[in-house]
Write a protein that binds this ligand. Sequence first.
Ligand SMILES: NC(=O)c1ccc[n+]([C@@H]2O[C@H](COP(=O)([O-])OP(=O)(O)OC[C@H]3O[C@@H](n4cnc5c(N)ncnc54)[C@H](O)[C@@H]3O)[C@@H](O)[C@H]2O)c1
Length: 492
Amino acid sequence: MREVKTLGLLGTGVIGGGWAARALHFGIDVVAADLKPEMERWIRGAVENAERALSRLTFAPLPPKGTLSFTTDLNAMAGQVDFIQENIPEQLELKQRVLAEVSHHARPDVVIASSTSGLMPTDLQRDMEAPDRFLVAHPFNPVYLLPLVELVGGQQTSAAALDAASRFYTRIGMHPLRVRREIPGHLTDRLQEALWREILHLVNDGVATTGELDESIVYGPGLRWAAMGTNLIYHLAGGETGMRHMLRQFGPCLKWPWTKLEAPELTEELIDRMVEGTQAQSAGRSIREIERLRDDYLVAIQQVLKQFNIGAGATLRALEARLYEENAKAAREQVSAGGLWLMETHVRPEWVDYNGHMTDSRYLQVFGDATDALWRSVGVDDAYRASGRALYTVETHVTHSAEAKPLEPLYVLTRVLDVDDKRVHVFNALNRTRDDALVATGEQMYLHVDTRAGKATSMDPAVREKLAGIRASQSGLAPPKQAGRHIAMSRS
Ligand SMILES: NC(=O)c1ccc[n+]([C@@H]2O[C@H](COP(=O)([O-])OP(=O)(O)OC[C@H]3O[C@@H](n4cnc5c(N)ncnc54)[C@H](O)[C@@H]3O)[C@@H](O)[C@H]2O)c1
């Protein structure tokens, strides 16, 4: 299967827009195709809107953003992309027809995936050319913030297509969940529907309002669900003996039974109750406003879960580890070729202050990322840190000399000014790519520490040797004039 540089989207509504935002953010070009030309404006707006929260998900160094193009020619899109994600309306015959048509125009090693919420892959791939490269990849709204994607193969789907899809979705920060066997509704929507059906019954029977039912989740089980699913939570409910005791204690209740299996009739009265209930919950806020609130807390929750390396936080942590490693890989190539160019970046919109420039704290972030790449390139990586050793910053001096405006491409040149057993003196110069103007410099002293004892200690001789090698290779350069300076007002 092909390496994915360009993603093709078939249908650019709510879900297509979410895929576009996620892929572009992680450096994949997107060709979006929809029958309606007016969807171009819509998808560009959707991407911009998504970027507001997505840009705060991780501060790890990202590859350059992908570019977005739009077409109403579905077949032309299919002929030029490396992976196709279908997101047209949930109608079996429509999807079958469009997937079959597009499959004749896509190269045979292009994976084609459907976002279908519940249709079966065997039915969808029926009339396709090379149906073995087809699978269902069911995402969740907002696709740009929720990492889950359910992968389901049909009778003709190859293991190679599932593996390639899994790699691609992981690369754009997702958690692919392989569904063992195709069933209508896959896994998650089955669970969601069971809850939804009970909600409809309880509203229909006048037992509770939509707001009260939402309260019954968000103040309780919802908080647990973000990191542990129902099964692990119930295991805890059984005390020391876990699930076995829990089933003995509460299992008999299943016979009573509390819940209903058939959905209620969707009468006009029930629809009115649901609509009035959710309108009251919205309290005059627009859909956009509530979406922004949802996006903000989804980012915050994932960042908190990252500290516990659990659920979506574990996905985020793995993504960041990879992004830092990719940054370091480029740095290793530079270092081994005798270069200093350790990092490329651009001024992300959220880094800009009220003066319209990159704000102070982001300079430290960029210098930190460049130094992180230097450390990893000489062997101070996750494994080294896990062994209880690290390099800690003990002093920093930043100078500023030119402006960096939003989206401005930048690069960092890194020098090792000095190194001994326990200390490394690093100098980073941040430059504008368009004119090589020096934007800022960051001079930092690092101390090698035993992190468990909390004391300075000698670094691994191999690390020191590599750093000394870099320093020696840079010894012909003139000393940077900003190095060794202190802040003072000159008096004449
Ligand atoms: N909305 C959700 O929460 C959600 C979540 C997961 C999966 N899905 C699935 O994603 C798919 C799309 O759902 P959505 O909510 O984005 O729908 P949507 O109505 O917002 O978007 C569908 C888009 O497809 C376009 N379209 C229609 N026919 C087309 C054709 N023949 N060729 C190209 N484009 C065509 C429409 O113009 C529209 O822009 C569905 O299969 C749905 O089950 C939806």
